[in-house]
Design a protein around this ligand. Structure first.
Ligand code: ATR
Length: 270
């Protein structure tokens, strides 16, 4: 049986095994998908042991997405652009790294909320690994403008510079200088916000804005409450999680699962 896993630290709360088990059942693919806890200083060794045991691929989560990028002999264009790898395929001729996070985000917004990003004003909050993985896919959906804001301005500027050639109006700013009245606001910071809180002021929203936090569960709640309190439509990161998993499944197996029933089932267990 083909073996896959999600590799991270911590990894015990990952929903990926449940998602991929549902995908496999739905598509009639025979595979196993487990959780693999790698020591903080032992990511490469853990991967090599997994490959030696016959693994075909893995997903990579915090904090190893940059290490996975460095270890991949081949990289897809979107992984190259984001500088991070969340999916590895262990091919006979080497490891290929992909990044399905951005496509997962865009597919969640466009398929699952029914909004087209084309022509919209998008605010991306945060400039760490999560933003880096998502920005290219957001741009590819042709919004009118993407503004990247971050506590540390340099990091937002660096991401804007590495994506400037993609031809969408793109700018960097501090959190305090976030533009008002955005159509879509995406929280990609790692802050877990207590109460009705957000790293940016509520003027970034307008009635009917979509306010999406890449996290799910209790960690997303503060941001979601804040969004709802200001007339926006809150959305957590569970849909993005399922959609990025579907992209990874396709990358490994060449089969595209139907995400809607999987998201519904997962939501029911949250
Ligand atoms: P991830 O892989 O989740 O993106 P990361 O690369 O460590 O994690 O990036 C964390 C992001 O959350 C960064 O944008 C960080 O801002 P800085 O670049 O200024 O560090 C942001 N972040 C973390 N804690 C924050 C806080 N208390 N307020 C605002 N932004 C915060």
């Amino acid at each position: 049986t083909d073996r896959y896993a999600v590799v991270g630290n911590p990894v015990e709360h990952s929903r990926s095994p449940a998602i991929h088990a549902m995908f496999a059942e739905q598509t009639g693919q025979t595979l196993t998908y487990e959780r693999l806890l790698a020591p903080l200083d032992g990511f490469e060794a853990a991967l090599k042991a997994f490959v030696a045991a016959g693994a075909k691929g893995c997903n990579i989560t915090v904090p190893f997405k940059f290490d996975a990028f460095a270890l991949a002999a081949n990289r897809t264009e979107r992984a190259q652009l984001g500088g991070a790898v969340n999916t590895l395929r262990f091919d006979a001729d080497g490891w290929t790294g992909d990044n399905t996070d951005g496509a997962g985000l865009v597919n969640d917004i466009q398929k699952n909320t029914g909004r087209s990003l084309a022509g919209l004003q998008v605010l991306l909050v945060g400039a760490g690994g999560a933003s880096a993985g998502a920005l290219g896919a957001l741009i590819a959906a042709r919004p009118a403008r993407v503004t990247l804001v971050n506590r540390t301005l340099d990091k937002a500027q660096a991401l804007v510079a590495s994506h400037a050639h993609l031809g969408v109006t793109l700018s960097a700013a501090t959190l305090a200088d976030a533009p008002a009245a955005q159509d879509i606001v995406i929280n990609a910071t790692s802050t877990s916000l207590a109460g009705a809180a957000s790293p940016v002021d509520a003027r970034v929203l307008k009635r009917g804005s979509l306010a999406l936090d890449m996290m799910y569960g209790p960690k997303a709640q503060g941001f979601l409450d804040w969004a709802a309190a200001h007339g926006a439509e809150p959305r957590d990161g569970l849909g993005m999680l399922v959609e990025q998993a579907a992209e990874a499944f396709f990358f490994w197996r060449g089969v595209r699962p139907d995400t809607a029933p999987v998201l519904k089932a997962l939501r029911a267990t949250l």
